[in-house]
Write a protein that binds this ligand. Sequence first.
Ligand SMILES: *C/C=C(C)/C=C/C=C(C)/C=C/C1=C(C)CCCC1(C)C
Length: 282
Amino acid sequence: MKKLFVPALLGAVLFGSAALAAPTELSSGQFGLVYQLFSITIATMGASFIFFVLGKQNLGVKYQPAMLVSALVVAVACYHYFRISGSWSEAYTFVDGVYKASGLPFNDAYRYADWVLTVPLLLVEAVAVLALASNVASGMIGRLVVAALAMIVLGYPGEISLDTGTRLLWGTLSTIPFVYIIYTLFVELGKSLDRQPPRVQLLMKNLRLLLFASWGFYPIAYLMPLVFGSFSADGVVALQVGYSLADMIAKAGFGTLIYFIALEKTKADNEAKPGNLAMAGD
Ligand SMILES: *C/C=C(C)/C=C/C=C(C)/C=C/C1=C(C)CCCC1(C)C
């Protein structure tokens, strides 16, 4: 199964990358909003990379790999936002007070290439945190990663299509593995809650909320071109704004919460050690 998804996706990305449409004209407000947001996203990803690398030192050894994965996720995203932002600038030229299509396509395939790398890493991160809290089935991460790749591969043909029916069809197919992932994480995160100290419990509840709110944002952003009319200026702006906000929360925000969970657990481990050896470890 896994062997099929990767070549299929690479094929889709290569095939589709030249075919991405962008509206022929944007107001300077529309162009600028997306441009500024890409810029803020680059800054957020870069700053959180430094935070995760430096913060790792404050954590117990067993919590450090999760921070390393967080750092990788935001580094990969930072690079891709550079490319996305560059492509956005190249796709438009400023003429007579408006931004007109330059003829170079806006290449949104960077976004899907980014997801192929960062979504499996985020799942590894989520499962790593769970593994510290409960006995997670060993096959779970493999199934989640396959589902994530299926979700992205199935979403891509719809993303690059100008046709409403095509967009809805692939979007619906992509939602099937999406629901599986969300359901699995919801159940597993719920199970691990009772075994946590109260402070960690509250943070884990916030983590669950953040995960569902941010991941749930992607399919909504995906629908924006349909809400505003297929590839209208407003639709494309709403889609880019939605994906960028969701990415900041799902990557930088998620990693930051995991840092604070790991910090609390490190403290709890240290408190448990000297007086009560029998209780140490979890
Ligand atoms: C860092 C990037 C993340 C966490 C990306 C997550 C992406 C999704 C949850 C995308 C989901 C989609 C659907 C559920 C249906 C429509 C197509 C997608 C791919 C936008």
